[in-house]
Write a protein that binds this ligand. Sequence first.
Ligand code: C5P
Length: 237
Amino acid sequence: MGELQRLEKLYEGKAKRVYKTNIEKQFIVEYKDDATAFNGEKKGTISNKGLINNEMSAHLFKILADAGIENHFIELLNEREMLVKSVEIIPIEVMIRNVVAGSLAKRLGLDEGTELSKTVIEFAYKSDELGDPMINDYHIDALNLATKEQLDTIKSLSIKINEVLEKYFLEKDLRLIDYKLEFGLFENRVILADEISPDTCRLWDVNTNEKLDKDRFRRDLGNVEESYIEVLRRLKA
Ligand code: C5P
């Protein structure tokens, strides 16, 4: 098989690049410092974000694997790159909400921080051009984005992942408010893919409710890099 080689770029998104490798069924994901918000209207960079998100995602993927939840992470290669299973991404963004915030607060006219009596799962169609529009089970079925069985698996895995992550973050004095997951197909199984980082999660300090996530960039709250570093520090403590 020989030494691992990074081959051609397969995909470039707003925060990551995915490369083919010389090894069957393995890709390399490279994390960038680029940050966007509001469907790309706000652009910038967050210093060292790529390094932090690569390390934090690896850390959380290991926690989830230990809890029996298969995901695409294989190993960290260097500061910015991880080796992953070559999943075919299902074009659905899965939003998991434990507390009202962001677009849900706006849509329903609720205060951010309002507790939800149950976890809410929402779906969006993964499309940069369309700004990831919200869809429901019927759209997913009618447009063949996933089979009914795959969607059931996505929902049950999401609930399981939420139980593990909510508890884990709380041990680190962080409230997991909401976040986005992506799943993919690997050897005909639905497995967790993409990333889990302050770019994709809302994380509030358990004592002060200080925001320690991408809302600091979206809303110009300052101390963006510092907050990302603080989250990683707590996770590794
Ligand atoms: O914007 P909204 O409130 O719907 O976001 C819900 C959660 O999903 C937030 O944690 C946000 O960071 C994440 N999200 C994401 N990528 C998107 C949309 C939302 O990571 N394209």
